[in-house]
Design a protein around this ligand. Structure first.
Ligand code: NDP
Length: 477
């Protein structure tokens, strides 16, 4: 058989306009933070990309004061028609600087350029466009004729979708008339700081958006600052619980978007080749660093062998490597810590007796990489069936009846997303209603749209982001 090799097709990193150093953004200006500077690295090579100045708790106070002034004097009073113009400008600037942002995101995060270019950046822009449309129509959103903003929003985001999470947080906050203090993740601060530049380009009034790079303690200082009215957090369930405990009784409005362990259920009548594509997209998109990843495959026992064979054939074709190469399917794991966590959970899966298969694909000899892995014969008690691995690792369980599929799918402390694959529309309707998950996809997976609310049940958090429902989190209702 002739095997056709792909020639390398890397995007030029010059497009990223990478600067040697970056600074925090407070009150409309980039300024030296008084925290310890951090170095952000390229997880595909280990090289230092840039030095980033961080905020101290005193800087958090400055930023919250700037956000309060902007809220009281300008943004909170501005008519929605005017606020909308700024959001449209930001959306357009993101679209105009899309290639730069995509390359920078792939450098800093390790995700394949195909994803940052085709998903992260366009969806970030779409969130601003969508919410710009709401800014002057809030009276028609179902929250009363004249719903009011909350004030200053403190927002903390993770490293898996750095620009997109910033857009998910900032766009609805601004559309509803709030001002923002946002802390990006320590390992991926760069695109949020370019978004700050875009806010400047859009002439956003000073203080409306403030971006403070820093570690977890700065996130804690942002959310617990007494003059913050609303907190929005995306990240791990353990930190989410700490924030919920810290905020109890404070009167601050809180939304938490936490971890997940989604079931992707494949019935015997499902179109298997299509399901294989959906399963692959469900777990290997963004190296599996996705809170709603389809990390538990629940396959009907009658087709599991056929499905596994097809899956292995397909997964073996995934190309793992240079995130900037347009042919790359699976990029770098974001950090050494995350790689260690994945490695530890995969070892636990083997120890507990699951059957491991790992793609024979070549891996780069530097950087943080993990080959796509599938565990068969997984039982519900195993750690790989219960814990969020947050990596390119799929756990396969089986079921015999639809009721068993639902019971196993719901047997998790999480409840963020789920998938159902079947040819029967009636079965889709029957099963999706029984699944305790905020988002359920039918015959597809990992589809995102600003109009669709996203959020969880149980330990996956509460509150919704996106769509009409997502506005509630930023309104005094
Ligand atoms: P964290 O929850 O620790 O980080 C998310 C964000 O919160 C980061 O900006 C982090 O800062 C900040 N933070 C950390 N501690 C606090 C605190 N006490 N108060 C306020 N903010 C804080 O996630 P990790 O990055 O440590 O990832 C650990 C695991 O969490 C992953 O393996 C994965 O399972 C899960 N996860 C889930 C995500 C999701 O979308 N549901 C996203 C990311 C992770 P800093 O970057 O400095 O740590």
């Amino acid at each position: 058989m002739t095997v056709w090799e792909y020639a390398p097709a890397p995007e030029s990193r010059d497009i990223a306009n990478l600067k040697p150093s970056y600074r925090m953004f407070v009150d409309g200006q980039f300024a030296d933070g008084t925290g310890e500077p951090l170095k952000t690295i390229n997880p595909a090579t280990g090289e230092v990309l840039a030095e980033v100045g961080t905020a101290s708790t005193a800087d958090v106070d400055r930023a919250v004061k700037a956000a309060r002034r902007a809220y009281d004097k300008v943004w909170g009073r501005m008519p929605g028609t005017e606020r909308a113009k700024y959001l449209f400008r930001i959306a357009r600037q993101i679209a105009e600087r899309a290639r730069e942002l995509a390359v920078l995101e792939s450098l800093d995060n390790g995700k394949p350029i195909r994803e940052s270019r085709d998903v992260d950046v366009p969806t970030a822009s779409a969130h601003f466009f969508y919410h710009a449309g709401w800014a002057d129509k809030l009276g028609y959103a179902g929250y009363g004729p004249d719903p009011k903003p909350l004030g200053v929003a403190g927002q903390v985001i993770p490293w898996n979708f750095p620009l997109l999470m910033a857009a998910w947080k900032i766009a609805p906050a601004l559309a509803c008339g709030n001002t923002v203090v946002l802390k990006p993740a320590e390992t991926t601060p760069l695109t949020a700081l370019v978004l700050a530049e875009i806010c400047q380009q859009a002439d956003l009034p000073p203080g409306v958006v403030n971006i403070l790079p820093g570690a977890g303690d700065i996130g804690a200082a942002v959310v617990s600052h007494p003059d913050v009215n609303k907190v929005a957090f995306t990240g791990s369930t353990s930190v989410g619980k700490q924030i919920q405990a810290a905020l109890a009784g404070s009167g601050k409005k809180l939304t938490l978007e936490l971890g997940g362990k989604a079931a992707n259920i494949v019935f015997e009548d499902a179109p298997l080749d299509q399901a294989v594509e959906g399963i692959v997209n469900g777990i290997f998109f963004n190296q599996g660093h996705v809170c709603c990843a389809g990390s538990r495959l629940l396959a009907s026992e009658s087709i599991v062998d056929d499905l596994l064979a097809k899956l292995r054939t397909r997964i073996a074709t995934l190309r793992v490597g240079d995130p900037l190469d347009k042919n790359t399917d699976v990029g770098a794991i974001n950090s050494a810590e995350q790689l260690a966590k994945i490695t530890e959970l995969v070892a636990a899966g083997e120890d507990e007796g699951a059957e491991r298969w790992t793609s024979p694909c070549p891996l780069p000899d530097k950087g943080f990489f993990f080959a796509p892995t599938v565990f068969a014969n997984v039982s519900q008690a195993m750690r790989i069936a219960r814990e969020e691995i947050f990596g390119p690792v799929l756990s396969v369980l089986t079921f015999r009846t639809p009721d068993e599929a639902v019971a196993k799918a719901n047997n998790t402390p999480y409840g963020l997303s789920a998938g159902v694959w079947t040819e029967k529309g009636s079965r889709i309707l029957a099963i999706t209603q029984k699944l305790r998950a905020g988002v359920v996809w039918a015959n597809t997976f990992n589809r995102f749209d600003p109009t669709a609310p996203f959020g969880g049940y149980q330990e996956s958090g509460f509150g919704r982001e996106g769509g009409r429902a997502g506005l509630e989190a930023y309104l005094d209702v």
